[in-house]
Write a protein that binds this ligand. Structure first.
Ligand SMILES: [Mg+2]
Length: 401
């Protein structure tokens, strides 16, 4: 009925990524229980996990369970994104068709790599894992399988710093027979409830009839069932094109009055929104800046553009002019953000009647180069002057628009 995947994929998934980054930044933390927290634990090292600390454990509870030598840290997302960019850049060099799934996970297709490298797939996985540890200093686990969901399941099996390869139907069935139903990604508790009388393992779910799964669970359940049956049904690279992009960040718990501090937070949102726009290859016709005060009052400014654009320099310049037009007074800010809407496909951008053609080409080329460099290394490798400085200016090249 459906074509069975003949492909070989792998998922590279960093082990306890935030905690591993902190160990990389400060090797003295190695072997210590490390908790990254923000009211609750958002990441922990395997040493902390051994004490029963889970993601989501309130920090007070964690402190009761952990020994005195445990280390508690607030997340440093800037650094984590830098390390993630280094890893993704390394992976792009090694393999074609990288699908970045999250800050610390990426899929690739590696069909026939065994013939190209004259090595078995388990040996390739092991060699890649060791090479990443040597060059990026972050431990990863790898899952090899015909479909993405199976890769994700297999990457979790021998964590940390493990790999699991199952490509033949027999190997896959043997692995799934050992896997509890609850351990299948994207099977939420309500779905589990519907299945409990029929299945206890992932293999039981895989062996159900297609029509039964379709009628009981609908489209999403079918996708999981297909992937378990080695049929490609999930593609994380082809995400739906959005109709709008919104980036908002709150100042909570520290409210802000200074105009420069508001711009600093807003500029970060503008940067991310522009990057998202270029990721999905769309262009915007409207730009709006929105704010919320400490008392939850909302206000904003917006502008309809004469032509749709995805040019970061242009969007930043307009956003800065809109921002400067606001009279601030004594407002205490809670959140700020940017909203881009009425998005169109970037290939449909019309050039301005009043710009010389070569000027337009130069601008779009510069935009593309900026995007590629920042994508390859880190999103602030080259930062627009208008967006303002960041904490460590030494790392950056600044650029005047
Ligand atoms: Mg991970």
């Amino acid at each position: 009925m459906f074509p069975v995947s003949q492909q070989v994929r792998w998922l590279v998934d960093c082990d306890s990524f935030y905690a591993s980054c902190e160990v990389y930044l400060n090797p003295k933390l190695r072997w210590l229980p490390v908790c990254i927290w923000w009211d609750i634990v958002i990441a922990r090292s395997y040493e902390a996990k051994a004490y029963g600390i889970k993601v989501g454990t309130p920090i007070r509870e964690a402190k009761k369970l952990l020994p005195d030598n445990a280390v508690y840290m607030k997340p440093n997302m800037t650094k984590y994104w830098q390390i993630s960019a280094a890893l993704m850049s390394y992976l792009h060099e090694k393999c074609l068709g990288v699908e970045v799934f999250s800050i610390d996970e990426a899929f690739f297709e590696i069909t026939k790599y065994d013939q190209i490298y004259h090595m078995s797939y388990p040996r390739i996985a092991n060699a890649l894992k060791r090479d990443i540890k040597k060059k990026i200093w972050i431990p990863v686990s790898i899952g090899l399988a015909p479909t993405r969901l199976l890769c994700k399941i297999f990457a979790d099996i021998h964590k940390p710093y493990g790999e699991h390869v199952a490509l033949s139907p027999q190997q896959i069935d043997l692995t799934l027979q050992e896997l509890p139903l609850a351990d299948i990604p994207f099977i939420w508790p309500q779905t589990q409830k519907k299945l409990t009388h029929k299945c206890t393992t992932a293999y039981d779910f895989k062996a159900l009839r297609y029509e039964y799964v379709r009628d009981l669970l609908g489209k999403n359940g079918v996708k999981i069932w297909l992937e378990l049956n080695c049929i490609n049904a999930m593609n994380f690279a082809n995400k739906k094109k959005p109709r709008s992009i919104n980036r908002t960040r709150s100042f909570n718990p520290d409210f802000v009055t200074a105009k420069s501090a508001v711009w600093s937070r807003l500029s970060d949102n503008i940067d991310k929104a522009c990057e998202h726009l270029l990721d999905v290859q769309m262009a915007t016709k409207y730009i709006a800046l929105h704010f919320r005060t400490k008392e939850f009052k909302r206000f904003g400014v917006e502008l309809k553009l004469p032509q749709a654009t995805n040019n970061k320099m242009q969007i930043t310049k307009i956003a800065k002019e809109l921002f400067d037009s606001i009279k601030f007074g004594e407002i205490v800010f809670r959140t700020t953000g940017i909203y881009l809407w009425d998005l169109i496909d970037a290939t449909h951008i019309q050039s301005s009647l009043f710009d010389a053609p070569h000027h337009n080409i130069q601008k779009s080329k510069l935009n593309e180069i900026l995007y590629k460099i920042n994508k390859k290394y880190w999103r602030w490798t080259i930062r627009l002057w208008e967006l303002g400085g960041v904490q460590k200016k030494n790392d950056l090249f600044e650029m005047v628009v």
